[in-house]
Design a protein around this ligand. Structure first.
Ligand code: BES
Ligand code: ZN
Ligand code: ZN
Length: 473
């Protein structure tokens, strides 16, 4: 899709189709055009509602409220509707503020996304051109357009990665993607393989990886602008497949576990956006890329693992593998990077988080209340749903082990998202406790039914949230 800003009145812009967004509150206004026609077709200006009048070459799109996320939904509805027709160009007017403008653009770019890698017949329709007439500060608006294109391309890239099947996307492929991103964006890139993990005591990550024919990769990308004002570290769970290991998942729960690389993929996506936005923050992206499989060489419930920081972990369930990979990756991050201002981890870590807060919302954990609030606010601004989940000293005790320092699962059925967060806390060094946030994206990262401007499958959760947070620093 090509989006062009045109400094002309809408009438003077040439396009095959005119798109008109109607907010519910405006429906009864006297000056609304085609009122009778709209009434006749029962148009109520609800969200995701559209009315196409082919004879007039007009497409009406409903929006229940002036709310940024509903605007994104409305413009996604428009692009989907247009793509279902043979119109090649469309135009519309935006007379609102910068935030609303950005929301329209996000909706178009995220709503247009389609994953057809495995379809034998691809959507071969010609590219659509959208001409936007806007009557405010063009220079500013052009900058916003550029930014939103970079961000949404990053999100769509993450969606592509996550949707790609495990036989086509395994740790070394993830490392190759990281190399590509580093070349495109002039980032430093380090890829470490098994030998490095052995030499550096990253035995928890190695144990998870052991039964797979695909060797694990530790990825470290660095974006280092001149005179950065702070240093942020992002660590992602990159389970390219999670079969559960010997604690094998039931088959219905195994389907969709190609999405267990969503945290690591989000980190790669974020790293692919930073230089385009010219953010003056040093950002490190670290991904533990591993496949959790079964076999004679598999790690087992009853094993005790020695993590990078010396903590011993009693394995009681090999399906709680993400926290083991993250444990070593978090240690690696803190051992290698000093004077960190923020350290976030992203992971499809627990089904419990999905049960607790629903499939559209991420759970944000950590010790710093202000930081958690800042993250959930950034999420809301960006169009993601995230909510804080609070630690407590009783849940903290549930991962105690009789024979090792901690267990990789809790001794209670309840509060699984938070007990997983407490587990990770064992790998956050004292100086970083207040700087750390754990973001469980198990719900929104991959949803099997389309929602708003998110299609079936991967959503790119975590990317827009983080870019918004970084912009706010
Ligand atoms: N990758 C899963 C978590 C998950 C579940 C992500 C559903 C997305 C959707 C994780 O590795 C896992 O299996 N966690 C277990 C932990 C349990 C064994 C304590 C879970 O949530 O059941
Ligand atoms: Zn698992
Ligand atoms: Zn997992």
């Amino acid at each position: 899709m090509i989006i062009e800003l045109i400094e002309k009145s809408l009438k003077k812009i040439e396009a095959e189709l005119e798109v008109i967004f109607v907010f519910n509150k405006d429906l009864d206004a006297k000056n609304i055009k085609d009122k009778e026609l709209l009434e006749k077709v029962g148009f109520k200006a609800d969200d995701e509602e559209s009315a196409l009048f082919v004879e007039l070459n007009k497409l009406y799109i409903g929006c229940s409220e002036i709310d940024l996320d509903l605007i994104r939904v409305a413009s996604a509805t428009a692009v989907k509707k247009i793509k279902a027709t043979n119109y090649k160009s469309a135009k519309f007017q935006i007379n609102s503020d910068e935030k609303e403008f950005a929301a329209y653009i996000d909706g178009l770019l995220l709503g247009e996304y389609k994953f057809d890698k495995y379809k034998s017949k691809k959507d071969d329709k010609k590219d659509l051109t959208i001409n936007i007439s806007c009557d405010f500060d063009t220079k500013k608006v052009k900058k916003i357009l550029k930014e939103r294109v970079s961000v949404c391309e990053g999100v769509n890239r993450v969606r592509d990665i996550v949707n790609t099947t495990p036989d086509d996307f395994y740790p070394s492929i993830m490392a190759n993607v990281a190399i590509d991103i580093s070349k495109e964006n002039e980032l430093e890139c380090q890829i470490f393989d098994e030998d490095y993990l052995y030499e550096n005591g990253m035995n928890a990550m190695l144990a998870v990886a052991r039964a797979s024919r695909h060797k694990p990769k530790l990825i470290h990308l660095t974006y280092k602008p001149k005179n950065p004002k702070c240093k942020v570290v992002l660590v992602g769970k990159g389970l390219t497949y999670d079969s559960g290991g010997l604690s094998l998942k039931p088959s219905e729960f195994m389907v969709s576990m190609k999405s267990d690389k969503s945290g690591g993929s989000a980190v790669l996506g974020i790293m692919s956006i930073l230089s385009k936005l010219k953010l003056d923050i040093e950002v490190h992206g670290i991904v533990g890329a591993v496949e959790n499989m079964i076999g004679g060489d598999a790690y087992k419930p009853d094993d005790v693992l020695y993590a990078k920081n010396g903590t011993t972990i009693e394995v009681r369930n090999t399906d709680a593998e993400g926290r083991l990979v993250l444990a070593d990756c978090l240690c690696y991050a803190q051992d290698e990077i000093k004077d960190i201002d923020y350290i976030f981890d992203y992971a499809t870590l627990t089904g419990a988080c999905v049960v607790g807060v629903g499939e559209y919302t991420s759970g944000v954990m950590g010790h710093n209340e202000d930081l958690k609030s800042k993250i959930t606010e950034s999420a809301a601004d960006a169009g993601e749903y995230a909510t804080a989940l609070h630690f407590n000293r009783y849940l903290k005790k549930t991962i105690k082990s009789e024979i090792a320092d901690i267990c990789n699962i809790a001794n209670t059925r309840y509060g699984g998202a938070i007990t997983a967060g407490h587990f990770l806390d064992n790998f956050i060094y004292d100086e970083n406790k207040e700087k750390w946030a754990h973001i469980d994206i198990a719900g929104p990262a991959f949803v099997e039914k389309a929602w708003g401007y998110n299609p079936h499958g991967a959503s790119g959760a975590g990317v827009r949230l983080t870019i918004e947070f970084l912009k706010s620093l």
